[in-house]
Design a protein around this ligand. Structure first.
Ligand SMILES: [Zn+2]
Length: 305
């Protein structure tokens, strides 16, 4: 951390989700890098993360990271984790930074190779209900264990002037809206168009819409797109959600840097062609997205799952 703190922001080194988009790199899989009050946190470095960071402009310098967070041990979230740890720590010769990860990502199927786990200054095992101070005024919290087949935690970041929630991979849980309530920015890993498939344990755009409508953040951001979303056009899906919920909603783009808190203009741009609650936009301004949720949010009980 330096005396003159860089501006708070979230940089998307990738927006890919699940195996096919990652394997083809139709979207990158480098994860997210937050800068909050000078504290730099890298989340979920999938395959190619180190290359994406170094190729990014301005460059994301791994040696300046203060922490690495792995939400779970799937390839698209942790494929480059050991490479990032080595880059963060000068190949292990400059022990520093903190590694946050579920226990099963460190022990059972170590996605940071065991020899490299000793390169960081501190290792924190994530747990449901955990709270971890990062810097003065900046806290990481893991309110809820997600339903994703392996130990998985979404997270909240509390920083001066902005609270962020990131709902990472999970099957729908009725506890999600409360766990991520009252955030300014809500990120949702929106891997499929329709959720509800227990074989896949991912949220669909219908789930994302239900969650966004319940949480009502200042800005919602969809990311972690699977092939269905990429083909449909994430921007169209986001616009349709914004139109129906009245909540400004963006689809993240590879390389995008989102200022935190997001300026009003960013939120406004995401609703440019959308209705505000209680009004309808002129036909020429509507997004025309064909995406429609399989179920209407808040109407059908989801007991069959
Ligand atoms: Zn996953």
């Amino acid at each position: 951390m330096t005396a003159a703190a860089p501006p708070d922001q979230l940089k998307f080194l990738g927006t890919a989700g699940a195996r096919h988009v990652v394997a083809t790199q139709l979207r990158h899989s480098g994860g997210l890098v937050y800068t909050l009050s000078g504290f730099r946190l890298w989340v979920d470095p999938g395959p190619g993360a180190l290359v994406r960071a170094l190729a990014s402009r301005p460059k994301v310098d791994p040696a300046r990271m203060d922490a690495l967070l792995i939400t779970h041990r799937h390839l698209d979230h942790a494929g480059d984790a050991t490479a990032v740890v080595e880059a963060m720590t000068g190949g292990g010769f400059a022990p520093r930074a903190t590694l946050f990860a579920p226990s099963d990502a460190l022990e059972e199927d170590a996605v940071v190779f065991r020899y490299a786990q000793g390169f960081v200054r501190d290792v924190q095992r994530l747990r449901e209900g955990g709270s971890y101070p990062l810097a003065p005024g900046v806290t990481l919290a893991t309110p809820l264990a997600h339903d994703h087949g392996v130990e998985t935690y979404g997270y909240r970041l509390h920083a001066p002037g902005c609270t962020i929630g990131h709902v990472v991979d999970t099957f729908w849980l009725d506890a999600l809206p409360d766990a991520y309530a009252a955030v300014d920015v809500l990120l949702v890993n929106t891997t499929r168009l329709a959720g509800g498939d227990r074989r896949l344990l991912h949220l669909g755009a219908d789930d994302a819409e239900r969650l966004i409508a319940a949480v009502r953040p200042r800005l919602a951001v969809l990311t972690h797109f699977g092939m269905q979303l990429v083909r449909q056009g994430p921007e169209r899906v986001a616009l349709a959600i914004a139109e129906r919920t009245g909540v400004p909603t963006l689809a993240a783009r590879d390389g995008q840097a989102l200022p935190l808190p997001p300026p009003a203009a960013v939120a406004a741009s995401s609703t440019l062609a959308c209705s505000t609650p209680g009004t309808r936009p002129p036909p020429s301004a509507r997004c025309g997205c064909s995406f429609r949720p399989r179920r209407r949010a808040h109407t059908a009980p989801r007991g069959r799952w």
